[in-house]
Design a protein around this ligand. Structure first.
Ligand code: YH5
Length: 283
């Protein structure tokens, strides 16, 4: 049996012949890191970071205009558009697929018009109008699970059975998207590491990567790069979590994950090449 994630000009097999794990590079365009707050400076910085990731072999670039870290305040529609759209216009046709990390339907609409290849929604397309915004396009849709919201999600994460609860959530969202007429070949799922989860929840989900894909018959994206679940195992602060993050990415890919969302593209690409060359599994 062959299964593929199909969207626009891209076709990523995820089960059967020709499977290769794909690297999604994180491109933050939040201006927090710029002392003078200049828009031009942040655009220049984002584009040079994107070019570097392309040289390192990235498959997908994920543009995010809102910091989704625990406790982060929300960003206005206008600010998010001002950050994301210039980068998106400058980057389409550079080669890699372009993903936009947003939960706002108006950002989804504008991004699709501008040529985005994927919409990555940490809110699982639950916002009113989100499904309408994406249904008539051919872009891929990443459905992520989050409990609560970024400002409150880490206060008291609670599940009956974390793996079953998240399978049920992702199934309900995939069914809602398909009920709107969306081709299931456009969909991928994501357990949402760190989004309303304890360290134990996160590792129960990482261990259940293959089970999630089998339960829903959809490809999976794993995003654990530099997150606290890596720090909890290694004891390292965020700036020293690269090797631990690569280890986590391989744990997901070994179970069949299609996409790993990472900060460190070069290191992850190398690790996946060697992993693939030495892996006896016909994925
Ligand atoms: C994800 O998992 N995550 S934004 C806290 C950190 C490090 C990184 C230092 N968007 C995901 O990357 N989209 C984000 O601690 C995402 N899956 C998908 N699909 C949070 C993030 C981060 C947060």
């Amino acid at each position: 049996m062959q299964s593929t994630l199909q969207f626009g000009r891209f076709n990523f097999p995820w089960r059967g012949q020709g499977v290769r794990a794909r690297v999604m590079g994180i491109l933050n365009v939040t201006p927090d890191s710029f002392s003078d707050g200049g828009h031009y400076q942040s655009l220049e910085f984002a584009l040079s970071h994107a070019e570097q990731m392309i040289q390192e072999g990235v498959d997908i670039i994920d543009i995010g205009g809102e910091s989704s870290r625990p406790g982060a305040p929300p960003v206005s529609l206008e600010d998010e558009l001002r950050r994301v759209m210039p980068v998106l216009y400058a980057m389409r046709d550079m080669g890699p697929a372009i993903s936009v990390d947003t939960y706002k339907p108006q950002v989804m609409r504008e991004a699709i018009i501008a040529g985005a290849d994927m919409i990555n929604d940490i809110n699982g397309f639950r916002a009113p109008g989100a499904i309408e915004a994406v249904k008539d396009s051919d872009c891929a849709l990443c459905i992520m699970h989050m409990q609560s919201d970024p400002q409150h999600m880490q206060l008291a994460p609670l599940y009956t059975n974390v793996v079953e609860d998240i399978i049920n959530f992702l199934r309900e969202r995939a069914e809602a998207l398909m009920a709107a007429g969306i081709d299931p070949r456009r969909l991928c799922i994501d357990p949402g590491f760190g989004f309303g989860k304890t360290v134990e929840h996160n590792y129960a989900l990482l261990k259940a990567t293959a089970r999630l894909m089998n339960a829903l018959n959809l490809p999976l994206l794993a995003g654990l790069s530099r997150k606290s679940m890596v720090g909890a195992i290694t004891g390292k602060p965020v700036e020293q979590r690269m090797a631990g993050s690569v280890g986590g990415a391989l744990a997901a890919v070994a179970q069949g994950a299609l996409i790993v969302r990472v900060h460190d593209v070069s290191e992850t690409v190398d690790a996946l090449k060697v992993f693939q060359a030495g892996s006896p599994l016909q994925r």
